[in-house]
Write a new protein. Structure first.
Length: 317
């Protein structure tokens, strides 16, 4: 894919990015993706098993994990500059990423002119991923200097967009109106989905769930096994903050689904869901009573646990 704009911009072999999934990434996974020809992202709580004790702890932990990645690969990788809902951490993270010369950063729709200018001046590439894809924000990201735009459809795992627009429909609004190369996120788990994304105008794919079901991912083995045995029909979709979530049917997910169906408020459901802690319990520790397992609709195409190299070769070969 020598003529692919995303591969050229990111200096990678294949235009595939491993999504930054809270608690589930570490240097081993990210370096494995890089060495397989894609781009891996560290995520909040990368390589950790406990919550940080302070903002300084967040910074110190991420700096250490970045250096571990560099010890395992000389290829590009990325880190988001938003790691928590404490937005005072953002400028400190930006400084850290510049100091550590991280090749690629992710903006989850913050779209701050001063931050973009600082990152661009440091020669770092910016991927902008809009949680709620819309043309005005896409054009703003382009004007600010983003290098790549990620559009997320409702088929994804994790925090879902506000609008229930499927992944293969979300691109239509942007093709021909945005000059940036675009990646599609949401439900991409096999080669047919990748090919369809390219046919619809994407130049790359943003993949999460399929990377969970790899040997190199630190997700609990019980989670990986469940993913390979389940289909999208097994997933429970429920309202929560800010909009929606989906999970395999753990006990917590069943309770959240029941509350959602019975009209409970998003705030009340979010308390039961327990946000990042619920994800750590379910996906890292394999506690299906107190935690949840957030995956996308692409699980129907995942039937076994693979190596990162095998997955990348299958999707992009």
């Amino acid at each position: 894919m020598q003529n692919n704009r995303i591969s050229q911009i990111l200096n990678i072999k294949y235009p595939i990015v491993q999504a930054p999934m809270s608690w589930l990434t570490d240097a081993h996974l990210v370096a494995s993706v890089a060495n397989a020809g894609g781009l891996g992202f560290l995520a909040p709580h990368a390589g950790q098993t406990t919550n940080p004790t302070s903002n300084q702890d967040v910074l110190d932990r991420m700096r250490a994990e970045i250096r571990k990645v560099k010890a395992l690969t000389d290829k590009p990788f990325g880190v988001p500059f938003m790691l928590s809902y404490d937005f005072s951490l953002i400028p400190l993270m930006v400084d850290l990423l510049i100091e550590e010369q991280v090749p690629v950063v992710l903006d989850n729709g913050w779209l701050d002119e001063a931050i973009y200018a600082k990152i661009k001046q440091a020669g770092i590439k910016i991927i902008c991923r809009l949680g709620n894809p819309n043309l005005p924000d896409a054009l703003k990201a382009q004007k600010l200097g983003a290098d790549i735009l990620v559009l997320t459809g409702f088929d994804e795992g994790g925090t879902l967009p506000m609008k229930e627009i499927g992944s293969f429909n979300v691109l239509a609004e942007f093709v021909g109106k945005v000059d940036l190369p675009m990646m599609l996120a949401g439900g991409i788990a096999d080669k047919k989905a990748v090919q369809t994304a390219f046919m619809l105008g994407a130049e790359g794919v943003w993949v999460g769930t399929a990377f969970i079901a790899t040997h190199e991912c630190r997700a609990n083995p019980k989670v990986k096994d469940w993913i390979t045995q389940a289909t999208a029909n097994d997933l429970l979709l429920f309202r929560t903050e800010p909009y929606y979530y989906r999970s395999l049917p753990t006990e917590v997910a069943k309770k959240c689904f029941e509350m959602s169906e019975n009209g409970a408020s998003r705030a009340d459901i979010a308390k039961v869901m327990n946000a990042g802690t619920g994800m750590r319990l379910g996906m890292l520790e394999g506690d299906f009573e107190h935690g949840y397992v957030s995956v996308g609709n692409g699980i129907s195409a995942i039937d076994r646990v693979k190596s990162v190299q095998e997955l990348v070769d299958e999707l992009m070969g």
